[in-house]
Ligand binder design. Structure first.
Ligand code: UD1
Length: 374
């Protein structure tokens, strides 16, 4: 069996890594050369290309260098998606795989699943069924379209099963397997525990001091001058209570500069470049509180039992609210600030780890693929 997995943007790398390792493990148990073993290739679309958004992840996750690099880079959604489709088709025509694995909800996910399906190649979507019910989010469109055309839909939480059922996807395509991103988190946590990041001069934070970790990159939060200004003002106020660590995504960085806000950052609001995977886990695990608009961080904080305030009106990951330690603050920064302050004052949510988030999702996926009639 030949499989090509697609990675494109930062949140994809830690999802494909455990699948790659589970395939390697499966192959080690097979007789070499017999048809049972799996040839696994990795295609990087190049949607994220900065060293700190991409290369460092391959190194830290110990993922082999991608077999293909498509160099799609930035551009409008149409340009980015279009370039990936054109280049990925060439890869598929050369490789003729039995299956393409796509993860998450980025433009690379829909571009590559669409290309594969049009060539009659089966598609597995890992992290299927999540819905924010907000079609102004590009990721929601990517999720719905990818799920509609996939042959295997690997789901992380019950809401995913319910959503796919409601959309009329056949039950036999849907598999509740847990979460590959949590596989990586569990695997790399021991390394993160040795991270020295908090002692670096730029932070210089003691373990008992406590700090707030912030990530923000959604267009709705960072693409409008008024919104971004309000965000920075709120973070400046919170930074009077606790140091705030804010690793800044390239989209947010560009806008801070463009809107002339880079000069209005207070001393305790510690702005940094994007941070590598292992150090970022360390920052997450040790934070007193996280403010984010990311999808994955809502889940990682739930697994680690860290209080998380999500600055969005919807979440496609409701299990983090219902079972985990996540709060949905909406797009009103005043509300987010008041939740953050009450957490800092000791009002904490006791969370539980969601069902099947046990570090074994990738092994379940490989088992299902091997037992299928691919
Ligand atoms: C993308 C995903 C989003 C995911 C996020 C994680 C889509 C539609 N969005 O959003 O779901 O949560 O990645 O990071 O696929 N840029 C750089 N260097 C890089 C990458 C991007 O400078 O390595 C710049 C681009 O030029 C662009 C901006 O950052 O101006 C946004 O990049 P883009 O890939 O379009 O979307 P993200 O906001 O990163």
């Amino acid at each position: 069996m030949k499989i090509i997995s697609v990675v494109g943007a930062r949140p994809n790398f830690m999802k494909v890594a455990p699948i790659h390792f589970a395939i390697e493990k499966f192959n080690q148990l097979q007789t070499p050369g017999l048809p049972n073993s799996i040839t696994h290739k990795i295609c990087h679309t190049g949607q994220h290309y900065d060293e700190k958004m991409s290369k460092v992840f391959f190194e830290e996750l110990k993922l082999p260098k991608p077999d293909y690099y498509l160099g799609a880079g930035s551009g409008s959604h149409a340009e980015q998606t279009g370039k990936i489709i054109i280049e990925f088709e060439k890869v598929l025509l050369t490789e003729k795989p039995d299956l393409v694995i796509v993860v998450g909800d980025v433009n690379s996910t829909i571009a590559c699943s669409l290309t594969a399906v049009k060539l009659g190649i089966k598609v597995a979507h890992v992290e299927a069924g999540l819905r924010s019910f907000d079609r102004t989010m590009p990721e929601e469109i990517n999720r719905i379209l990818t799920d509609t055309i996939s042959d295997f839909l690997f789901v992380t939480e019950q809401s995913g099963i319910d959503n796919l059922k409601r959309e009329g996807i056949a039950d036999e395509k849907v598999y509740f397997v847990g979460h590959v991103m949590i596989d990586s988190l569990a695997r790399y946590l021991p390394l993160a525990e040795k991270s020295e990041i908090l002692r670096q001069a730029q932070f210089n934070i003691n373990h008992d001091e406590g700090y707030i970790l912030v990530t923000m990159h959604r267009p709705s939060n960072v693409d409008y001058p008024k919104k971004l200004k309000e965000l920075i003002a709120m973070l400046n106020r919170l930074a009077e209570k606790k140091k705030v660590i804010f690793p800044v995504h390239p989209r947010t960085k560009k806008n801070l500069d463009r809107f002339g806000l880079s000069g209005s950052i207070s001393k305790n609001l510690l702005i940094t470049d994007p941070i590598g995977y292992i150090d970022f886990i360390a920052l997450t695990k040790n934070a007193e509180l996280i403010l984010t608009d990311s999808g994955g961080i809502q889940e990682e904080s739930t697994w680690l039992g860290i209080q998380c305030v999500t600055l969005r009106t919807t979440t496609e990951r409701p299990v983090t609210i219902e079972t985990g330690t996540n709060y949905l603050a909406g797009d009103d920064f005043k509300k987010a600030e008041s939740i953050a302050l009450s957490i800092l004052n000791g009002k904490r949510k006791e969370g539980k780890i969601p069902v099947l988030w046990d570090g074994q999702a990738a092994e379940r996926i490989v088992k299902i693929l091997v037992n299928s009639k691919l």
